[in-house]
Design a protein around this ligand. Structure first.
Ligand SMILES: Nc1nc2c(ncn2[C@@H]2O[C@H](COP(=O)(O)OP(=O)(O)OP(=O)(O)O)[C@@H](O)[C@H]2O)c(=O)[nH]1
Ligand SMILES: [Mg+2]
Length: 449
């Protein structure tokens, strides 16, 4: 019924905005996804066969796409042309770590079916945001006080040998430790270095606050200098005040009109890398995703009945849980990968919410091949590893269709090389090769199409 109502809104002669929140932990593939969405929608709008599942839905209706003018928007624009040019270079370059927020707006015009041909085309502005993945993990802080947050963090750190120096620093603080700025700074520096270390050497994701790893642009305000502490010392009062100011700043940014309402959500997860990094990193990544999905529920359909919310376009109505970089495995494994994404997502179910899981490669780097191992055919992929002269074969192993048990980790998930994007004809103007991006878009835009 919701799609029907949403389609009814599409009949109005005004431009609709559809805002898609693309969320994902650091390095999960958000910038690559946004670039690919833009490049492939622009190519499809130019009549090229870049998104077959979308074209099938259009059934011959006209489809035009343009990058929207910047107007007086207060957010920097997502630089599609530069991102695409980098991918189309020889050798191609992947996007760097995203350092701040930017907005990608696309204007879409869809012709009416024959019966309604007299009406002007349906006009939709697609709005997407790119931002550093680390910041996503600040969402759960909105519902947590300093004490509860500190206790959770310190509990997790106890299991990590890398945390020894920081833990002994806070262990040396007593109930009488004063609100000393120098001490706060020393603890903050140790904690921040520890977060970087856990990210870069242990492959962990559940690292908070996110802005410690990826600070916002501009100078750092003094309230950024805190660290988790459960000791009830005067120093803790200073740290608590700073934590509260941090959470306030995150809240203010989320409430800004540019963030405002999101109608659809994509949760990207690099599950293959998490499997490759081992059981601790996999458990950590899925815990981080669970925290984020939980925190996003406050943006779910509003207090209104679902049908009314859908009619008015309030709240999130569609959630896609996406396992990214699916070109690391062959087609036969991608069904399992999508099933794994569905299993780890534990998406909140509400009657106003449509959810689905996908295995997607935004920028396909490989082709499927069959390889003979000990006389048995196995489906593998073939692609060029970054810096390599020629393309080679890769077989990362079987993808489990649910969070794996201990026996899986005895035969670890094999290599997961850093592939280079394929060389692009037409400098990317023909779109980017992908896996299942079209089915993902057809789901997200089902009512629009
Ligand atoms: N094989 C393959 N690799 C991908 C794909 N998408 C992303 N990658 C790899 O993942 C890395 C990270 O991708 P990004 O799009 O920059 O990830 P992000 O989520 O924007 O990362 P942050 O900005 O740091 O949060 C890239 O540099 C690539 O190495 C894909 O579709 N296929
Ligand atoms: Mg990025």
């Amino acid at each position: 019924m919701y799609d029907w109502l949403a389609a009814a809104r599409g009949l109005l002669p005004v431009r609709r905005s559809v805002r898609i929140g693309v969320t994902g932990l650091a390095r999960s593939g958000k910038t690559a996804l946004l670039t690919s969405i833009a490049a492939n929608l622009l190519a499809a709008g130019a009549g090229l066969p870049a998104l077959p599942a979308l074209s099938a839905r259009l059934a011959g209706r006209s489809f035009r796409v343009a990058v929207a003018p910047g107007g007086a928007k207060d957010l920097p624009r997502f630089d599609t042309a530069t991102q695409l040019a980098a991918l189309a270079r020889d050798p191609p370059a992947w996007p760097g770590r995203t350092q701040t927020i930017s907005a990608l707006d696309l204007d879409i015009e869809i012709g009416r079916p024959r019966l309604l041909a007299a009406l002007p085309p349906q006009r939709v502005r697609l709005e997407l945001l790119d931002y550093p993945g680390e910041w996503l993990l600040d969402l759960p802080l909105l519902g947590l006080g300093f004490g509860a947050w500190s206790a959770g963090v310190l509990r997790r750190l106890e299991k990590r040998p890398q945390a020894a120096e920081f833990l002994s620093f806070i262990g040396a603080l007593s109930l009488r430790t004063g609100a000393d700025e120098t001490l706060a700074r020393a603890g903050h520096r140790l904690y921040r270095a520890l977060l970087s270390n856990l990210r870069d050497t242990a492959g962990l994701s559940l690292l908070q606050p996110g802005r410690f790893l990826m600070p916002p642009p501009g100078g750092e305000p003094p309230w950024l200098e805190f660290f988790p502490l459960t000791t009830e010392a005067p120093l803790a009062d200073l740290l608590r005040a700073r934590y509260d100011a941090y959470v306030q700043a995150v809240h203010a940014q989320l409430m800004a009109p540019s963030f405002g309402r999101i109608d659809r959500l994509v949760v990207l997860a690099d599950l293959l890398s998490a499997l490759h990094a081992g059981p601790a990193a996999f458990a950590d990544a899925t815990a981080a995703l669970a925290e984020v999905v939980q925190a996003l529920q406050w943006r779910g359909p509003s207090m209104l009945p679902d049908w009314l919310g859908a009619l008015l376009g309030l709240g999130i109505t569609r959630v896609a849980f996406v396992a990214s970089k699916a070109d690391h495995v062959a087609e036969r494994q991608r069904g399992n990968l999508a099933a794994l994404a569905a299993a780890v997502s534990r998406l909140p179910m509400s009657s106003g919410l449509r959810t689905a899981a996908f295995a997607v490669a935004a920028v396909r780097c490989t082709e499927d091949v069959v390889w003979t191992l000990d006389g048995h055919p196995v489906s593998a992929v073939r692609g060029r590893v970054v810096g390599a002269e020629r393309a080679g074969r890769s077989w990362p192993g079987e993808v489990p269709d649910r969070p794996p048990g201990p026996e899986f980790w005895e035969h670890p998930f094999l290599a997961l090389p850093d592939f280079e994007p394929m060389r692009l004809p037409l400098g990317g103007k023909g779109g980017l090769p992908h896996v299942n991006l079209d089915t993902l878009l057809a789901f997200l835009l089902e009512d629009v199409l």
